[in-house]
Design a protein around this ligand. Structure first.
Ligand code: SF4
Length: 373
């Protein structure tokens, strides 16, 4: 349910004027417009979008473009909401990206269980100038698909495990082509840029993090749903709007299984990329699960630890062996040795799933050690 809308979620005005503008100014000027907007990717890493596009184009070879609508993170549902509610916005952003990158192949990778989102996207695509130019691929699910190279392996029909880096996808990605992978919300923001202009896009958010972003707010709130807010907005303002418990009893899980827990009293931070706390809480893909502390914390931390252990793809030892061990130790209240285990996982795991699986456990133990005694 949309609780607050901004340029991404507001009613679609119709037509394809954003795409037509990109086409009329040409690929180089359109890329300069994306650069001027300061847009950063909305999948969780916040890498500058124009830098990624330029990196793929610099090879002078045919590129591949992939829209990532896998969204396999518990507590995050904003891409599905965008695709269901404003599919034209996403399609228009994808068309602009196609205009700039002139890809040899464009793939829309959509979570296999997100049928309404896929149907809405395909309907909007069929009614757009991009009809017949985008391959829709339905994924089999899995949190590790948030890692771009695992996603590319899945599209190629291989086992969905991350590839070693380098090479980066922008150098050698899908079937060896320089590849741009963009999140659904990132592409929707591109549409906003070409409707409002780079300056219009920058009129919300901060200098370093312009624009709005969509938060998925769930858990112990009276008004769960998607909230579109300018970056830089105080985190607690949105949580309060959603109807959270009183501050002294509320806790937030920010960033899901790769993020961390935070007592609401410690959450006076602006919504910006990066960590809110050294133990793990971060903006990530914009998922905020509100909990009651300390009552909910043990179960929630164990659920996150179990999820990471289950989702580990098994390719590297620190995560394959470490994530289940982390869960077992936490469940048994055996906290001795957890610190060393998390250090090894963070330093030696091949991808972000293993490196950041420690956040929920470390943060829960840091703030509420008594619930694991
Ligand atoms: S960190 Fe985990 S998910 Fe990532 S490659 Fe290693 S085993 Fe697979």
């Amino acid at each position: 349910m949309v609780r607050r809308a901004g340029p991404l979620l507001e009613p679609w005005p119709g037509g394809w004027s954003g795409f037509e503008r990109a086409r009329s100014i040409g690929p180089a000027a359109a890329l300069a417009e994306v650069e001027a907007s300061g847009l950063r990717g909305r999948g969780g890493a916040y890498f500058p979008t124009a830098v990624k596009w330029r990196a793929a184009l610099r090879h002078g070879a045919p590129v591949a473009l992939v829209m990532n609508a896998e969204e396999g993170e518990p507590g995050v549902f904003k891409d599905r909401a965008l695709l269901c509610l404003r599919p034209e916005r996403v399609v228009e952003g994808l068309l602009v990206a196609m205009e700039v990158l002139r890809p040899a192949v464009t793939v829309a990778f959509i979570n296999g269980s997100a049928d309404p989102a896929a149907a809405a996207f395909e309907r909007a695509l069929a009614d757009s100038p991009g009809a017949g130019r985008v391959l829709v691929y339905r994924g089999a699910g899995g949190y590790v698909l948030g890692e771009e190279t695992a996603l590319l392996n899945a599209i190629e029909g291989r086992r969905a495990v991350p590839r070693p880096r380098p090479p980066l996808p922008v150098d050698a990605g899908l079937f060896g082509m320089p590849t741009v992978v963009n999140n659904v919300e990132t592409l929707a923001a591109v549409s906003v840029i070409f409707r409002r202009g780079a300056a219009g896009f920058r009129s919300e958010g901060t200098d370093a993090a312009p624009g709005t972003r969509i938060l998925s707010v769930s858990g112990r709130v009276s008004r769960p749903g998607v909230y579109e807010v300018p970056l830089g907005t105080p985190l607690l303002a949105t949580v309060d709007q959603a109807g959270a418990p009183p501050r002294e009893r509320a806790a937030l899980l920010c960033g899901g299984p790769s993020g961390g827990f935070l007592p609401a009293g410690e959450a006076s931070v602006p919504l910006l990329p990066g960590r809110y706390h050294a133990t793990g809480a971060m903006l990530g893909a914009g998922g905020i699960v509100v909990l009651e502390a300390p009552g909910d914390i043990r179960r929630a931390a164990l659920t996150m630890a179990a999820f990471n252990a289950e989702q580990s793809c098994g390719k590297c030892t620190p995560c394959r062996e470490g994530a289940p061990l982390l869960f077992e130790k936490l469940a048994a209240g055996e906290t001795a040795g957890i610190e060393e285990l998390t250090e090894v996982m963070e330093a030696a795991s091949l991808c972000g799933l293993g490196q950041m699986a420690t956040g929920p456990v470390r943060s829960a133990l840091a703030f509420w050690p008594e619930v694991f005694a």
